[in-house]
Design a protein around this ligand. Sequence first.
Ligand SMILES: [Fe+2]
Length: 387
Amino acid sequence: MPFYIRVGKVPPKRHITFYKPDGKSLYREELFGTKGFSGIYSNKYHLYMPPQVENIRELNFVGAEDWEDAPLQYYHFMTENKQTDGNFFTSRNEFLKNDHCIISTANVTEDTDIFFRNSHMHEIVFVHHGTGEFMSEYGSLPFEEWDYIVVPKGTTYHMKFNSFEKVKLFIIESDTPFDIPTHYRNEYGQLKEDAPYYERDFHVPQFTEPIDQKGSFRLILKVRGRYYEYELPHHPFDVVGWDGYLYPYTFNIKEYAPKVGKIHLPPPIHLVFTTQHFVVCNFVPRLFDFHPQSIPAPYYHSNVDSDEVLYYVYGDFMSRTGVQEGSITLHPMGIPHGPQPGKTEASIGKKETDEYAVMIDTFTPLRLTKNVNETMVEDYHHSWLEK
Ligand SMILES: [Fe+2]
């Protein structure tokens, strides 16, 4: 929702007659809104009535089981070691979760004709590997490697990939919207001069002709960890036009313009999106601090109010040993963390870094799933011991 857009055909005012070319039958208006009727919203104009459904059934499909007795300690696990063949939805594996946030990865291996709607959580789908098209009732949103695809809760979508040679997604779900931080915006909502991105960096859905098809279309709905299959009598992408502020969009991590300080700046300087219960930051290539005695590696710190999750995308991460692409580290609240032995000293005098990583700091503790147990590096919590 970076700004207002209008796509396709919409009537001159809201909530008035809007006839199809036959002059007799109406397009069906749907207000797609948030916070009751007080938050951001869009108005979509459908060929068919949006509530139409032939059959509803609950699916015998559950997310990953919790690892109930996981100790409070540092974790490093390799998401590449847990791959489940399937489409953009069935290939997902959950690793970390609480009531406000679910963190998963997916190595997608096949196409599908299903449509998916997460009716419980907003999503960010970070495309680590793969290219394709994110199709929704809002139109087409082409995506490429390292795009964040921001998907509002309740969006009906489908992901098409150009190839399945290597497709890897990192998925963050949130019960509250992914917002652009207010301190990046001026009083009119426009991105400020000192924001790390600009409106031109956000890509919005392109208009596609409505699909006027009757038949049987399968829609999977996710609600609070339960899944339902809705059999729809018409194609869900039947929108002739829409306008508003609520829609999916993409932003590529390479477009993020990082800030550099005289001495080490803390992670909030790398903020990308906020939610009410966690933040998303990213680390991208940047020059290091320029005080003659600066230490580029972070100091040891105790996040007494945050669990800190890092997903490693690319490069040689300056403060960690042993991590690889697709690794996740979890440094939970209550215990201090920081660079491993030798990393602080090795960073002194370095001028720049060439790393990409996505960080999630949650304000309530995360539960671990059994997928963490299956993929973890056993002795990571000992990796600070000096030998
Ligand atoms: Fe940290």
